[in-house]
Design a protein around this ligand. Structure first.
Ligand SMILES: [Zn+2]
Length: 173
């Protein structure tokens, strides 16, 4: 069952009901196509609002969610170890790569799939490296001091993550 969520258009500033999210979501008033990261930002905020008193949750931000997605299952550490950028620690690395991935979602070479019901307790977002070559080029540009003779290993398995558990939960899958 699709659910209606009120999104606010950042173009004409009017609210409109949306029942699907991601590509080709248009404002019902001014018909402009709505940005995916902006949709995500608003959905996460709607998701968090009724849960804001819960001690086990942190308010998920767009970057927080994207970072959880691409670093899931040790993929973040593997990529960091594989590239070994000089003078960059894992925190900075994660941060920079998350920003590249956000840009990729915006530009369409990363694929972010939205859950059917983003307000459910555990909505599952999925991130896919739709264009691994493009991702590799972006990462190369990010760390020009690295010797890029060796092909970098792009984390290909699709990542899924739920918004905002603060504590680490053992993965069952
Ligand atoms: Zn509008």
């Amino acid at each position: 069952m699709p659910v209606d969520v009120l999104l606010t258009c950042t173009e004409c500033h009017k609210p409109f009901a949306a029942s699907r999210f991601g590509n080709n979501v248009r404002c019902a008033h001014c018909r402009t196509q709505r940005n995916k990261l902006e949709q995500l930002r608003q959905l996460l905020s709607h998701w968090y609002y009724p849960r804001r008193w819960r001690a086990d949750l942190v308010e998920p931000s767009v970057y927080f969610l994207l970072e959880k997605l691409w670093t899931a299952n040790g993929q973040g550490e593997s990529l960091f170890a594989g590239i070994g950028p000089p003078n960059v620690n894992y925190d900075i690395f994660r941060n920079l790569v998350t920003r590249v991935i956000a840009k990729g979602v915006e530009d369409g070479w990363m694929d972010l799939t939205f859950p059917g019901d983003p307000l459910a307790e555990n909505p599952v977002y999925k991130l896919k490296f739709k264009d691994p070559d493009r991702f590799a080029r972006e990462i190369e540009a990010l760390f020009p001091n690295v010797n890029w003779d060796e092909q970098i290993q792009v984390p290909l398995p699709l990542a899924e993550e739920k918004p905002a558990r603060r504590r680490k939960v053992a993965k069952s899958r």
